[in-house]
Design a protein around this ligand. Structure first.
Ligand code: AMP
Ligand code: MG
Length: 514
């Protein structure tokens, strides 16, 4: 591996705390703190993402030094580790300084095209930002992040990625349901990568501390590196930046809705400044379509982060970012305009995406009514989101409609529901007939918009149970399936969630404990 090519640009660019003090604490005036890596003695590499490693310029694992690096055990001299400080609004409340509590950066690697990628271990031990927690991660949540972030990448959704999965060799105490029942679980470390891990919360922290010089420096750095399309000499660059972030964020949410992803913890500290899906915790892919579905047990009372509320929450989070950038932009009206435009922009992108899912050549004005009738159908009948669109695509002229969709239902349907479904499908065929393109071409549009494989929670649940016993068969199969989600590699994955998993924690709902 090209470990010697890893550098730490932050060290020269931003104010950092180099005291080496491992105490958990506030770090005013600093954007990051240099941290020592704890180093697990009995770590064991479980899986390595070779393709990603080549792509970002790290190359192959060739010797013990490389394995040690991946396992966060022993690091070469040039790798100086650090964690960053950020703040955030959690569940609608200002939470002050949070920071990388269990993420430690190795730095950045540059590939042959000159593109930088940040590398960090998650679960490699405590940092100054661990806030009374242990800085560790359990195997269960690490498998989820490792597989899901790659699944999202192959689905075409903007996301951070995962390079490796290791067992730390240590046991970690967790109270999964927060009810006093502590269990010891296997500890694990994931290396994740992203063009940047900067979050809304980094900007919020600097604004809240009134560290405007650093805020400006960080914003300039972000524009120059991640938004090169913005003219860095323009006097409007900061509002342009805000506009672009709002666009990227809207695009990310549209993609989540397309594939049926519920993030579960859309706090502002979990919002990437480049519109990447970040921090895989109690996420879930939809089984049955339900706008009110929330995957996070901590979120159950208010369902703030429910599947169908994600666009609205992203908008709320954008307001917090507006407040953070205000000292640079100083133009309330301009910021408000972007926020007003967000809704229109989001719905336009959303409806265009939906039109593709249905195989429409282009979005028409009257489609709004069609989408509403679809929503009504999905509210009326408990239908699997992914399978529904797969079945819609294979619909033929003489198909027996209730029979054709049977595999998507979570309950037997009554005659009224059957009528509603038949009417909807007839209506849909009518709408399809307005296409100027052939049915085959329309199908191709659908095949690109509708995955055949999604990484459902119950599959992760089964995979985790197997991995806990040291078996990797299902993991290996999922790893293959998730790389070609628009094909059917394993027919056994093209089924709805089995009945036995209904309401089972880990399959339909998850806690934040990780
Ligand atoms: P999350 O809800 O996962 O986005 O985490 C919110 C904050 O808690 C972030 O600052 C995390 O770094 C921190 N955190 C979560 N789990 C741990 C842990 N096991 N040890 C230290 N910090 C953690
Ligand atoms: Mg987080």
């Amino acid at each position: 591996m090209n470990l010697d090519k890893i550098t730490q640009r932050y060290f020269n660019l931003f104010p950092g705390d180099f005291s080496g003090n491992p105490m958990q604490r506030q770090t005013p005036n600093f954007l990051f703190a240099q941290t020592e890596i704890y180093g697990y003695k009995n770590a064991h590499l479980l899986h390595f993402n070779q393709n990603l490693s080549e792509e970002i310029g790290l190359g192959k694992i060739e010797n013990q030094e490389d394995t040690d690096f991946v396992n966060a055990t022993n690091l070469p001299e040039n790798i100086k580790t650090y964690s960053t400080a950020y703040a955030g609004h959690q569940f609608g409340q200002w939470a002050g300084q949070l920071g990388d509590g269990r993420a430690i950066y190795a730095g950045e690697i540059k590939n042959s095209e000159g593109k930088f990628t940040e590398i960090q271990w998650k679960g490699a031990g405590a940092t100054p930002y661990s806030r009374h927690a242990d800085g560790r991660a359990v195997l269960r949540s690490s498998i989820r992040e490792y597989l899901m972030s790659e699944a999202m990448f192959h689905l075409g959704v903007p996301t951070t990625r995962a390079l490796s999965l290791s067992l730390s060799g240590e046991k970690v105490a967790r109270d999964i349901m927060y009810n006093g029942n502590v269990d010891f679980e296997q500890g694990a470390v994931v290396i994740r990568t992203s063009e940047t891990f900067l979050r809304f919360g980094h900007f919020e922290l600097l604004a809240a501390r009134n560290e405007i010089d650093t805020l400006q420096k960080l914003t300039d750095f972000t524009i120059e590196n991640y938004y090169p399309e913005i003219d860095k000499n323009s006097e409007n660059k900061y509002i342009e930046f805000y506009k672009k972030v709002s666009e990227k964020t809207a695009e990310m949410i549209v993609e989540w809705l397309r594939v049926g992803f519920t993030h579960g913890v859309m706090n502002t500290d979990n919002m990437s400044i480049i519109g990447n899906t970040i921090d895989y915790g109690p996420f879930s892919m939809l089984d049955e379509y339900d706008l009110n579905f929330t995957s996070n047990t901590t979120d159950l009372p208010n369902k703030r982060y429910a599947f169908g509320k994600q666009a609205h929450i992203a908008h709320w989070n954008m307001i917090q970012l507006a407040n953070a950038l205000f000292p640079l932009i100083k133009d309330e009206a301009a910021l408000e305009n972007v926020l007003v435009d967000y809704s229109e922009m989001f719905w336009k992108k959303h409806d265009e995406m939906m039109a593709k899912k249905f195989g429409f050549e282009k979005l028409e004005r009257y489609d709004a009514d069609f989408f509403t009738s679809w929503q009504k159908l999905m509210e009326e009948i408990s239908i699997d989101y992914t399978l529904f669109f797969n079945q819609l695509e294979t619909l033929k002229e003489d198909t027996n409609i209730p029979e054709h969709f049977k595999k998507c239902f979570y309950q037997n349907i009554n005659s009224n529901q059957e009528t509603l479904l038949i009417e909807f499908v007839e209506n849909y065929k009518q709408r399809l007939s307005y296409n100027q393109i052939s049915r085959d071409e329309s199908r191709k549009i659908m095949q690109k918009a509708n995955p055949k494989f999604v990484l459902r929670n119950y599959l992760l649940f089964e995979c985790i149970a197997e991995m806990d016993e040291g078996k990797t068969d299902l993991f290996d199969k999922l790893w293959l399936a998730l790389q070609s989600p628009y094909e059917e590699i394993y027919p056994e994955f093209s089924v709805k969630r089995p009945e036995k998993y209904e309401g089972v924690v880990g399959c339909s709902s998850l806690s934040c404990s990780s």
